[in-house]
Design a protein around this ligand. Structure first.
Ligand code: FES
Length: 102
């Protein structure tokens, strides 16, 4: 079993940007928002259910950028590939701009 435990949100989260490659749009994820919330705020109807990083329904493909994984659903191998993010809990690493397949 190579699943990892969920990492709680850090009190000092930083904002990060995501570029939506198919839509050619950039949005900022505020320090106090999740990526999923930021997508919704930008008018993007993206699905989530547990909102706790446990079900993977909100998974999104990542084209580039370093992910700060905080879910408990991806395996270590999946995390190491760096090509998917659980949008309800995980974030871009500090100072990172993630490019999403959206
Ligand atoms: S909504 Fe369940 S992992 Fe994000």
């Amino acid at each position: 079993m190579d699943r990892v435990e969920n990492v709680p949100a850090a009190p000092a989260d930083k904002p990060f940007t995501v570029y939506l490659a198919r839509q050619k749009r950039e949005i900022t994820v505020a320090a106090d928002k999740t990526l999923l919330q930021a997508l919704h705020d930008a008018g993007i109807n993206y699905y989530g259910s547990c909102l706790e990083g446990r079900c993977s329904n909100c998974l999104c493909r990542v084209i580039s950028g370093t992910i700060d994984h905080r879910d408990s659903v991806l395996t270590e191998k999946e995390r190491a590939r760096g090509d998917r993010i659980i949008t309800c809990v995980s974030r871009g690493a500090a100072g990172e701009r993630l490019v999403l397949d959206l």
